[in-house]
Design a protein around this ligand. Structure first.
Ligand SMILES: Cc1ncc(COP(=O)(O)O)c(C=O)c1O
Length: 392
């Protein structure tokens, strides 16, 4: 069994709060799509810091942008503005196709959602409709919209009046939304649930239902956005224009940044004093995000993610111990014939591949968008042996 060495393991336990359980490894360096542990073992990173390391590890464009910005202007207060913040906001608005949007920057996915939650309150309404199976983060507001009982129960009462409906069930959604509903919040792909997609017409139905009741449609693209699915937004194929989009994870390529985008009437719901953050809009984080976006554009990584994602899905589903393969682009869910995801993750790690057991029977892959064909081939050739070990 691969584990962090005893000395680091003990020091970790003695120094860090026990929120994540014992770490599997202590990692010491990363380069491209690989990371190394303290013993010098190399792993192909097929999880990318959970859909974060879009450009892999140590990408020269990201390193240069962060270094240069830190040398030029590292941090300022929000009494002042910086060019990277403004240029990034403009760029994000153009990527989501907003003609009349505004952006609020923060530092993580949960903060992007917390801001969006507060934004919905500015409609004067407080009822929200969220999805069963959802994950929106761990702050109290984001947690209130997260369905998993085990995450919620220790922290109740949570803010808000939230109704959960089955993911993808347009009839249930229509029944739950009322004229007091402030917003419907949906992940276009549920990542933490194991890469689960709704029926094709669900987002369009949600848009229609929101409009019928004057509610906002808020899409949480924290995990699915920023090129992960081969498109800037996973919701793009639906043709739906949301009122609110939240982004984080891949946006900074490993540098912490979150963004809450309001479109149309949602763009101007916040007034001075309604919300804030010391670090949000930090010039270095914004420069990192701009470098991520321009590298995705320059290196054609959206198309690359589509092609490699298809290759992975085709290869993984060829094994009879896999009953389904889900996702778009390089957000991949593998449904196993048995609840062996923990065993598969452990066997993969032993074989030098980092994957994630999102649920007992689902493996999630969210590798860097710069994953090479050779990397994908290496994993696909190891896959049957990994499954042999896990299912033995
Ligand atoms: C859809 C979604 N929203 C929000 C979050 C929370 O993001 P963070 O962990 O950066 O707070 C996550 C994290 O997994 C997520 O997948």
């Amino acid at each position: 069994m691969t584990t962090a060495s005893d000395s680091w393991g003990k020091r970790y336990q003695d120094a860090l709060m026990n929120t994540f359980g014992a770490p599997k490894l202590v990692l010491t360096k990363g380069e491209g799509c690989h990371v190394w542990d303290e013993a010098g073992n190399r792993y192909l990173d097929l999880l990318g810091g959970i859909a974060v390391n879009a450009l892999g590890h140590g990408h020269p464009a990201l390193v240069a942008a962060v270094t240069e910005q830190l040398q030029t202007l590292g941090h300022i207060s929000n009494f002042f503005a910086s060019a990277p913040q403004i240029v990034l906001a403009e760029k994000l608005l153009s990527l989501v196709g907003a003609t009349d949007g505004r952006v609020f920057f923060s530092n993580s996915g949960t903060e992007a959602n917390e801001a969006a939650f507060k934004l919905t309150r500015r409609t004067g309404r407080s009822h929200l409709v969220a999805m069963a199976g959802s994950f929106h983060g761990r702050t109290m507001g984001a947690l209130a919209l997260t369905s998993k009982e085990a995450y919620r129960a220790p922290f109740e009462p949570l803010p808000g009046e939230v109704t959960f409906v089955p993911y993808g069930d347009a009839d249930a959604l229509a029944a739950a939304v009322a004229d007091q509903t402030a917003a419907i919040v949906i992940e276009p792909i549920q990542g933490e649930a194991g890469v689960v997609l709704p029926p094709e017409d669900f987002l369009a139905a949600a848009r229609r239902i929101a409009d019928e009741h004057g509610a906002l449609l808020w899409l949480d693209e924290v995990q699915s956005g920023m090129g992960r699915t081969g498109r800037w937004l996973a919701s793009a194929p639906s043709g739906v224009t949301p009122d609110v989009v939240t982004l984080a994870k891949g946006l900074g390529g490993g540098f912490p940044i979150g963004a809450t985008i309001g479109l149309g009437r949602a763009a101007t719901l916040f007034e001075p004093g309604n919300h804030g953050t010391t670090f949000g809009g930090n010039p270095v984080a914004c420069a990192a995000a701009l470098a991520v976006i321009s590298t995705i554009e320059d290196e054609g990584l959206l198309d690359h993610a589509t092609v490699l994602g298809q290759k992975l899905r085709d290869g993984l589903r060829a094994d009879p111990r896999v009953t389904d393969v889900t996702g778009e682009g390089l957000l991949v869910g593998v449904v196993l014939a048995e609840a062996k995801a923990v065993e598969v993750t452990a066997a993969a790690l032993e074989a030098g591949f980092i994957v994630n057991n999102a649920t007992p029977d689902r493996i999630r892959l969210a590798p860097p968008l710069v994953l090479t064909t050779d990397d994908a081939d290496a994993f696909l050739s190891a896959w049957p042996t990994i499954l042999d070990k896990a299912f033995s």
